[in-house]
Write a protein of this length. Structure first.
Length: 327
């Protein structure tokens, strides 16, 4: 029997896990992580070290229950359009169906976002034969609003190729904006009712400072890098994301799910390892942050472990900054 997992401890230790997207489905907590592999292959800014080939779904009945690994839910070999690198996934429930959204490189080496379906939140998931038309880059996060409209947020710099799409088509030679130009924002797309396609062309989200000025590309403490997540609290939309090179999880808020979003502050200070990636979920009366670090491998960037901790709001709706190693 697996033990009950305390805050800021690895949820599982028998496999390496990362990029946790947590949801409450059927009254339990389900976690959809990446499944990191132990290998000696290349390690570079292109992200070749993140060579994942399948997904496992984890669940807990509640925070006093052991974690269950439901086994392999989807494998690369079963996805006709994908060639490698099953990166950060997310899941959603609608139309009596569970949807698993995931990025992977297609057979031309370009990151796209696919979808797979299941009757169970634990899978196994059956992939669609092609990726979502009009999708690109990485890190899909799907938010379903109170009116049942679903939105997909996605995009990541560097290995995630977001810079390459600035002109509407993939251009391998395009680099990011200059330091004094507005940073690239994450992308949002309204999902069709069947959750298998985009209802309209994806749009870039604007993230601005307290004066309404765009966050600049050189402002690496605040600019968007990867790993978007949107949740709703007191009728406001909270967009949280990783700052990449400065290794923080930060957030911005808006009255509209499509933005613009106003930058607010830091949720999580840097963790052990280069990447930081998260999700935020309410379970019963409390809010939780799921995140990862590399403590299980003592700092190997592509051998990560998923953890959780409680998240607290101040009375004005701001989020209290978390230091996961504070004693
Ligand atoms: O896990 C591979 C990539 O690392 C994810 O897609 C990014 O968000 C970063 O965590």
């Amino acid at each position: 029997m697996n033990p009950v997992i305390k805050p800021n401890q690895p949820l599982v230790t028998h496999i390496y896990t990362a990029d946790p997207s947590a949801h409450v489905f059927e009254g339990k907590i389900y976690i959809y992580p990446s499944h990191d592999l132990d290998h000696d292959g290349p390690d570079n800014d292109n992200g070749d070290q993140y060579a994942m080939e399948d997904y496992h779904v984890l669940s807990m009945d509640n925070f006093d229950s052991p974690v269950v690994d439901h086994g392999e839910a989807l494998h690369l070999k079963d996805i006709p359009w994908a060639s490698k690198q099953l990166w950060a996934p997310d899941a959603a429930y609608k139309n009596d169906t569970y949807y698993l959204f995931f990025p992977a490189r297609d057979h031309d080496g370009i990151f796209r976002i696919g979808v797979a379906t299941s009757a169970s939140p634990a899978g196994p998931f059956t992939p669609q034969s092609s990726y979502i038309e009009g999708s690109f880059s990485i890190d899909p996060a799907v938010f379903i609003d109170d009116n049942n409209q679903a939105y997909m947020y996605f995009g990541g710099l560097w290995g995630g190729q977001l810079e390459k799409w600035q002109n509407g088509a993939f251009d391998a030679d395009t680099t990011g904006p200059d330091a004094d130009a507005p940073a690239l924002g994450p992308i949002v797309a309204q999902m069709s009712e069947d959750m298998l396609s985009f209802q309209a062309d994806p749009q870039e989200i604007s993230i601005v400072d307290e004066n309404g000025s765009p966050i600049l590309a050189g402002d690496e403490d605040r600019r968007y890098f990867e790993g978007p997540w949107v949740h709703k609290y007191n009728d406001l939309y909270y967009l949280s994301y990783s700052t990449g090179t400065t290794h923080k999880l930060v957030y911005a808020v808006s009255e509209n799910p499509m933005g613009p979003y106003t930058f607010k502050g830091t949720i999580l200070t840097p963790v052990i390892g280069w990447t930081t990636h998260h999700s935020i979920v309410q379970f019963e009366e409390k809010w939780y942050l799921f995140y990862h670090d590399c403590s299980l491998s003592e700092g190997v960037n592509h051998k990560r472990c998923v953890k959780y901790t409680e998240l607290h709001y101040n009375e004005d709706g701001t989020i209290q900054t978390i230091d996961p190693y504070q004693k």
